[in-house]
Design a protein around this ligand. Sequence first.
Ligand code: MRU
Length: 350
Amino acid sequence: MSFHSIQWVDGVVRMLDQRKLPKETIYNDYTTPEQVAEAIRSMVIRGAPAIGAAAAYGLALVPWRDASGDVEAVRAALERADAILRASRPTAVNLFWALDRMKTRLADPGLDSVAKLRDAALAEAHAIAEEDVAINKAIARHALPLIPDKATIIHHCNTGSLATVDYGTALGIIRMAHEEGKEVFALVDETRPRLQGARLTAWELMQYGVPFKIIADSASGHFMRTMGVDLCVVGADRVAANGDTANKIGTYNLAVVARENGVPFYVAAPTTTIDMNTRSGDDIPIEERPPEEVTLVLGQCQIAPDGAPAANPAFDVTPARYITAIITEKGVVYPPFEENLAKLMGESDD
Ligand code: MRU
């Protein structure tokens, strides 16, 4: 089966509704930035790079669907849409990166008609989407030498084609290793509470023919101790300037257990996920989602007493000291991260 997390189709943003997978493959059409923001918030689309692309296309809807022909009115509507999209989810920096990039492009005073704004907005959103695919493949290529010919790999959450525009970051690495003939076996963390691992990563891996088993998040330590795990690879929602990394809740636990068991722990992330303006993990905003996501499995099966309180941070921060390396499209970055990320991002003096 071939699928697209997000597509622009004749002035409409079309997204695969990831809340319904794997049972149903349904595409929804969105025609306003408000709808796109709601789709991001409710996780129709999720995963840092996919959220960035969705925000860019959401903004492009403004000039595209304008009926007034009034360039000043469209510019004001773009400002409002930008604010609404920015408020959809706080942790993945790709959202803000994509909106900043769109804003910079559309600020050009030469774009003095709605038609010009429309063309520029769509071209920029397409560029963001297309670049993402190339970036993911470059990440996977850089990672190949780190993957043994026969490897058992733990993966957390979903970082595949669904979480990006296509191919994926951490899951793209597993996919490419398999495509290159390496004998990879994935242990797929189910990823409570939204089950991105069990629902989405398993769905993708079955299509790519990569052998895997879904495991409870709490089982990873057991498998590392008893089975011989070669490496862990996860994605990121935001990498701070010192290498501290925010990713799906449970990533920190996995990293600590990996260290205890001497298992290398890799973060795969495009440079669009590296936020040099955030000094450390303490400065990364962590999204708190509704408690019902914890007490009701997928909104359907209640597993806690009526009225039981629950906490639901969607992400955690893995301190840089637990990370073996950060794999980007520009190369593999090793500690000391503060220094080497600055070099990678072109912010170092030497
Ligand atoms: O809440 P989600 O499903 O958007 O969280 C996704 C993750 O944490 C991913 O690991 C991260 O965004 C990287 S996706 C390439």
